[in-house]
Design a protein around this ligand. Structure first.
Ligand SMILES: Cc1ncc(COP(=O)(O)O)c(C=O)c1O
Length: 353
């Protein structure tokens, strides 16, 4: 029986990843990780930083924030580093949400947006994506009212990889009620070929927008948990008051700082991903499968039938992908090394007529 002292809202939440860990030799195309691994410069920095593990980390992530401030030409007081962007989403829920107010997120979108509102006893409005599986920003805006506090837009979106343009987002921002914050989650920013976001401009202009980025994807540091938030200094100040003092470990800080210096690794990562997406999309064309216009490091493919048992069968062949992410016929598969992509396609072929 559940402990009677635990808040009832907690039982609306699903635990994450409490099953058995996948086998070590599985081909991992299910978590949108970088198949090349971290930059060698980051690995070197990790080894070096390990020797100082007896020391508490720098609570303010000062070196990393300073490097990010320089890189993005933004004030250091507009930057906070989190234990993954997951932590920053969780903290935004703590700061903005409570019973009587609401958050808005697309459906399907990143699952962590769905956890923060129930945990705070707040209402969550989920607005379906449009026919191209892109954010329907008009229906999001139609949910705006005096109770709106957080509006989450993953751009590119997870699990669809679709992108919304800066002009459309600015219209959404113009319509945002005053006590609300537009959270632009740009976890896959580095994979998008052309400049597409004006999120940091809106932060510099002091608007009600926060940009989230992460070192988990293109920078290949998912295991170290480093996410970054950019927002007005008053918002960052509030997050700093609410967060744990040592939320980002010293090894993670050192790795992220080194990873930022290795733009060559990032370029390699981008090229490999472009090739992978081309391979997946060419396969879809050959087999008549619908897919989204993905700008991230994964493809989202309509198998025309329940994708969940197919994902399970493919997992038995040692290739991990995701299904059941809100659209039952669709499968999400991240790009891997060419031989890993081929292993996925070979396994998938067996399930297509
Ligand atoms: C859109 C989006 N935001 C945030 C995250 C979480 O990133 P992090 O590893 O920085 O917590 C993910 C991870 O899959 C994601 O897809």
């Amino acid at each position: 029986m559940a402990h009677p002292g635990i808040r009832g809202e907690v039982w609306q939440l699903q635990p994450y990843g409490h099953g058995a860990a996948p086998p070590a030799d599985a081909i991992r195309l299910h978590a949108n990780e970088n198949p090349l691994g971290p930059s060698p410069l980051a690995v070197e920095a990790i080894v070096k930083a390990a020797a100082d593990s007896n020391r508490y980390p720098d609570a303010g992530c000062s070196k990393l924030r300073s490097a990010l401030a320089k890189m993005h030409e933004i004030d250091e007081n507009c930057i906070v580093v989190g234990n993954g962007s997951d932590e920053l989403i969780h903290l935004l829920g703590l700061l903005f949400l409570q019973p009587g107010v609401s958050a808005i997120a697309a459906d399907p979108s990143f699952v962590r947006y769905y956890a923060a509102p129930p945990l705070a006893g707040a209402t969550l409005h989920r607005t379906p994506l449009d026919v191209d599986l892109k954010h329907d920003l008009d229906s999001m805006a139609e949910c705006f009212d005096h109770a709106t506090r957080l509006v989450f837009v993953a751009n590119p979106n997870n699990p669809t990889g679709t992108l919304v343009g800066a002009d459309d987002l600015e219209t959404l921002l113009d319509r945002l009620p005053d006590p609300a914050l537009l959270v632009l989650d740009e976890a896959y920013f580095e994979y998008v070929g052309a400049p597409y976001s004006r999120g940091l401009d809106w932060v510099r202009e002091g608007r009600n927008a926060m940009v989230l980025r992460t070192f988990s994807k293109a920078y290949g540091l998912a295991g170290l948990r480093i996410g970054v938030g950019f927002a007005r200094p008053d918002i960052i100040d509030a997050i700093n008051r609410a967060r744990e003092p040592f939320n980002v470990g010293s090894i993670a800080q050192a790795a992220a700082l080194a990873a930022l210096q290795d733009q060559e690794h990032l370029a390699k990562t981008r090229t490999l991903n472009d090739e992978g997406l081309r391979t997946f999309h060419a396969f879809c064309a050959a087999y008549g499968l619908r897919h989204t216009d993905s700008h991230a490091n994964f493809a989202f493919i309509d198998l025309g039938k329940d994708a969940r048992p197919i994902a399970q069968a493919i997992a038995h062949k040692g290739v991990l992908v995701r299904a059941g992410l809100g659209l039952d016929n669709w499968i999400r598969v991240n790009t891997g090394l060419p031989e890993q992509n081929q292993a996925f396609l070979d396994a998938l072929k067996e399930h297509l007529e």
